[in-house]
Design a protein around this ligand. Sequence first.
Ligand code: ATP
Ligand code: MG
Length: 431
Amino acid sequence: MAKEKIQAIRGMCDMLPAEAAYWEMFESSAKALAKEYGYMQIRTPILEQTRLFKRGIGEVTDIVEKEMYSFVDSLNGDELTLRPENTASVVRACIEHNLLYDAPRRLWYTGPMFRHERPQRGRYRQFHQFGMEALGFKGPDVDVEQLLLLRRLWKKLGIGDVKLELNCLGQIEDRKQHREELIKYFENHRNLLDEEAQRRLYLNPLRILDTKNPDMQELVEKAPKLIDYLSDSSRNFLEQLEEKLQAQSVDYVINPRLVRGLDYYNLTVYEWTTDKLGAQSTICGGGRYDPLIEMLGGRATPACGFAMGIERVIELMKECGVKLPYKECDVYVIWDETSHNQAVAFAERLRDLGISTIVHAGSAKMANQMKRADASGANYAAIICGNEVSQHIVSIKPLRESLADYGDQVSQPEELAVGYLQAQLSEIRAK
Ligand code: ATP
Ligand code: MG
């Protein structure tokens, strides 16, 4: 009887080998960048107490109201949640381990996040973020540092066509008067509010500005703008930020409607957006969250950070024409019944030099071995067989058309073949 096939959970994707090159390029670029700017890695558990996110993200937000994977641990009754984002966890860890006691911290993280959303292109239930947090800095210098870093990352990844949208949320006090005006405005247009907006009208009217409902866009467009209600010191902060961005020639636009989905932001908020990904146009969001650390029980400490959706960034790399072909190895070694041990020893020598090498495994006809070599994506096949075996001769055959410039098949003593491959591959890599 055929057994039922078990499938992955809806909205939770497998990363398959064909995609690996993109993920690896992203991860190595992001890690290198973190080093260049002096950020240290932090890893926190994927499961946290539910109340961490309720308090840290805010009760009246999309995430907490309808997107969290929360459950009761049936073994001990604990209320737990799969992390929907990582800032609250990072802050929790910093407080718990007293990391902010004597010095500010620059931190980065990466890993899976979980949100129960409607799955579609660029929107998944398990997705991955790379993010950075600078804790203990008042800004706006660090805010600018992070934006420069992001600009550098897009360049490294081959991404063009991203726009930086910036806004200033001011402080809680600035938002009070705006809140009243906003409520009045929405009350006057109550018939245009959708159900969610009706519910949020008095709980968290600012969130209404964040709506994705196309029917409400015009209404929201004309709503009172927070930027007009900023205090002098908030306005001054924004001016300094803009001055510093301009000094480094960072392009941006002010988007007065940008409020971000999380409650803990103040002053700087921003998103990097693109026209190339359809509805899921934001690849990265961030800003300042000075109130959060105190809200989570720590000593008041200013901080700012960002998170990007890696799936969306990789999708955008592809849209921008970044091509990373499938490749299992640099060299695929082919042998016959007399030469297997020699082939293995040859491959070990190549690996000593850091050259990625596969030795054909299992027995197979020469033609099949060649086919496998081709399919592996290797640059070269190294063929050790026939009457050349006893003389330790290796034939090197370029496998890719793009290698035409690097000459035809050559046969050389093993010693020379190793050096030849090393030289050819480093030239190819340098290209
Ligand atoms: P959106 O408005 O698209 O729902 P968000 O404001 O909820 O995004 P953040 O919480 O700011 O997103 O998360 C930062 C980034 O993580 C987003 O800009 C996006 O690139 C990515 N992201 C968020 N939710 C998802 C998801 N469900 N699937 C894939 N990527 C996501
Ligand atoms: Mg969202």
